[in-house]
Write a protein that binds this ligand. Structure first.
Ligand code: PLP
Length: 382
């Protein structure tokens, strides 16, 4: 394996590099701030103060009030807490509306809920990954307990107009949850201006640490906890807090405001796609006509296996991901690309390149130069 500094890391939708100041703040907390934040002594209370500062930083990133932020172990837990927590308080309603392009955290959970007797309506998307808004509106009936949707798609980067979709759902009396794990820090989010009551976030997607996330719970929205124990997190998540993670998430949140950085990343992504399309005639950018987050490029290389491309990319020190899930040794096309109706030959060769603020123009140029050579080797083989 190449050493980290020699690698070109284009897998930022999987996870991002923690900012140096995040690492420093966490190290300082682990070293000097180890008291239990529930302890009444001054040392404990100073650690409590660090948590509350981080809560303000996270709240401010999404236009929330600090008391509306509940820290969790990450995006997946936030999603489970939001969905199960909201459903538990509406036992008379047994219908869930979601989309066909959710992350597995929502996908698997609603499959389980289906097994528990809920009816689940999955609203489809068009060939660009845009949601069918008229289906969404029709799917939301008066017996809908919960509507849950992804904000920015983790595979294609396609963005849904969650404010509009949430409005429709709230009018039907449904509780609305938004999976904003991939959109935070890439597009501005202001929960105070939207109707969604529950929004999931995860720190490691915006240069914070892994294993820490948050759920925004709008004031007066009632949910039940998944984890009961102590009185932490306003009784919504028992257990001694992961203080270093919370502190790191706060620092990352403060640095994650969408600004010129996103514009620069978007320019690099566009240059990357132009370069690849010019050099590879059988390349297709999935979702290119839809609104997308700035950093994501999902490219299908028709007739070539994504697994083979990834192996050669990895040997060349380039980290990317397949737009497909590996199941029992064979690469199944991803459910997202399948829902978009992407041709199987393109979907099987889909690679997700995801950039970050640390991606440089030189790196993009190197990938644009290297990729066609790797693909040429594979086309000769096939
Ligand atoms: N939702 C989306 C859209 C994601 O991309 C991810 C992670 O890839 C998750 C949820 C789960 O987040 P976590 O890894 O923090 O559990």
């Amino acid at each position: 394996m190449k050493c980290v500094s020699e690698m070109i890391y284009l897998d930022n939708n999987a996870t991002t590099m923690p900012l140096p100041k995040v690492v420093e703040a966490m190290a300082a907390n682990l070293r000097d701030g180890y008291a239990n934040p529930s302890s009444v002594h001054q040392f404990g209370q100073s650690v409590r103060h660090s948590i509350e500062c981080a809560r303000e930083q996270v709240a401010s990133l999404i236009g929330a009030k600090p008391r509306e932020i509940v820290f969790t172990s990450g995006g997946t837990e936030s999603i489970n807490l939001a969905i199960r927590g909201a459903l538990a308080l509406h036992p008379e309603r047994r219908r869930i509306v979601t989309t066909s392009v959710e992350h597995s955290a929502v996908l698997r959970l609603v499959e389980n809920l289906e097994g528990e007797g809920y009816t689940v309506e999955r609203v489809g998307v068009d060939s660009q990954g845009r949601i069918d808004e008229s289906h969404w509106s029709k799917a939301l009936t008066d017996d809908t307990a919960l509507a849950t949707m992804i904000h920015a798609n983790n595979e294609t980067g396609v963005v849904f107009d969650v404010a509009r979709l949430a409005d429709v759902a709230v009018k039907c009396g449904a509780v609305v949850h938004v999976d904003a794990v991939q959109s935070v820090g890439k597009i501005p989010i202001d929960v105070s201006k939207a109707a969604a009551q529950l929004v999931s976030l995860s720190a490691h997607k915006f240069h914070g640490p892994k294993g820490i996330g948050a759920l925004y719970v709008r004031r007066r929205t009632r949910i039940t906890p998944l984890i009961v124990g102590g009185n932490q997190e306003s009784l919504l998540r028992g257990g001694t807090e992961h203080v270093a993670g919370i502190v790191g998430m706060g620092v990352a949140a403060e640095a994650a405001r969408c600004d010129e950085v996103c514009v620069d990343i978007g320019r690099l992504r566009d240059a990357f796609e132009e370069g690849v399309l010019a050099a590879v005639p059988f390349a297709h950018v999935n979702g290119c006509d839809a609104q997308r987050i700035c950093n994501t490029s999902n490219i299908g290389f028709e007739g070539i296996s994504a697994e083979a491309i990834l192996i050669l990319l990895s040997e060349a020190g380039i980290c990317a991901s397949a737009g497909a899930a590996c199941s029992s040794g064979s690469l199944e096309p991803s459910h997202v690309l399948t829902a978009m109706g992407i041709d199987e030959r393109i979907a099987h060769g889909a690679i997700r390149f995801s950039l970050s603020r640390f991606t440089t123009r030189q790196e993009i140029e190197r990938v644009v130069e290297t990729l066609p050579k790797l693909l040429a080797r594979l086309t000769v083989l096939s």
